[in-house]
Ligand binder design. Structure first.
Ligand SMILES: [Zn+2]
Length: 339
């Protein structure tokens, strides 16, 4: 099959590799219908300290059609259209039962998915079947359910967004934009998106952002407080992972509020004395996507949310190197790939 390999920073190649095989009787082999590039894929793409261990497959967000199942798989069948959460999980262990499938004792990540075929361990516990036939126009929206939309939702849930919440979203990547949509879906009364990028501001507004703040740092926090009557937000979604973004999140939070973070932390520092003095909460981490799908899928199927708008570029898998370049250079927010 054709598969995307990362050889080192900035070096993405589509190569031919052996087809994956069923290795355990709980596996499924899924033929990828659509995959995409994640903001987190850009870390090894940009950073010489990762991806330096020789060429390896990359990618973790995909939807597809089940092509083979192991002998003990019962919940999914050949021909099913499935959503693959970006981590696999057995969905039966004690931690899965607690809703943290991202920490499943038998869980893990795929070999890669920006390719044609993926071996999915624990198919019954991992894959979620979409009732067919699946409308082609729905595919981008379904694809967001493998990571980006549930991750934005996780930021909002972690930040305790509820009916009437005031919310600031730090980060205008696909996750931040998804956080805007998720916050509105959970009943936020006011959502402020922090963005300087015209095209992304437009997506944020289409997802329900009431305000856009372009300023950063103290000026950004001041602009937030002007909108919110002098105090910070009840909830801040930190969807970047940098030191500056986390600082921005706490500067934009009201005392007693909560930051929900889903950006992979890189050099983040916390000011615990200030957090203590202001009763500021912090929660979040790797989104347990599998636990959210039963809640989010129906809203995608009935069209009440259209999270696939984050894909502002669609490319063939053959053009995967260009997909990475476009996202790296911020010419695209998120690229959908078709094998
Ligand atoms: Zn588990």
């Amino acid at each position: 099959m054709r598969a995307t390999m990362i050889h080192g920073p900035g070096d993405i190649r589509l190569e031919t590799v052996p087809d994956p095989q069923l290795t355990d009787d709980t596996d499924a082999i899924v033929r990828v219908v659509a995959a995409c590039v994640c903001g987190s894929d850009l870390w090894p793409y940009r950073d010489a300290t990762t991806g330096a261990n020789g060429p390896q497959q990359i990618g973790h967000e995909f939807v597809g059609v089940v092509e083979q199942v192991g002998s003990s798989v019962e919940g999914v069948a050949v021909g099913d259209f499935v959503i693959a959460p970006f981590l696999y999980s057995d969905n039966t262990c004690t931690l899965c039962a607690k809703g943290v499938q991202s920490s499943c004792v038998n869980g893990g990540g795929y070999t890669g998915c920006q390719c044609e075929l993926v071996r999915v361990p624990f198919a019954d516990g991992t894959l979620v079947t979409v009732p067919g036939p699946v409308d082609e126009a729905l595919v981008p929206h379904l694809l967001t359910l493998s990571d980006v939309f549930p991750t934005g939702h996780h930021a909002a849930v972690s930040a305790r967004v509820g009916e009437g919440s005031t919310v600031v979203v730090v980060g205008d990547g696909a996750v931040g934009l998804s956080g805007v949509l998720a916050a509105k879906r959970l009943g936020a009364s006011t959502v402020i998106a922090m963005s300087r990028h015209a095209a992304r501001q437009e997506i944020a507004r289409s997802f329900g952002a009431d305000h856009v703040v372009e300023e950063r740092g103290r000026d950004g926090a001041r602009a937030v407080k002007e909108i919110l009557g002098g105090i910070g937000a009840d909830s801040v979604l930190e969807c970047v992972g940098t030191k500056e973004a986390m600082k921005q999140a706490f500067q934009s939070l009201r005392p007693g509020g909560t930051v929900g973070y889903v950006g992979i932390p890189h050099g983040v520092e916390l000011n615990m004395p200030v957090m203590f003095a202001t009763n500021s909460g912090l929660a979040g981490g790797v989104a347990p996507v599998r636990s959210y799908l039963s809640e989010l899928l129906p809203d995608v199927l009935d069209g009440s949310v259209r999270p696939g708008r984050v894909f502002d570029a669609h490319l063939a898998l053959d053009d995967v190197a260009e997909a990475y370049r476009a996202m790296d250079e911020r010419r695209a927010t998120k690229v959908l790939l078709r094998p």
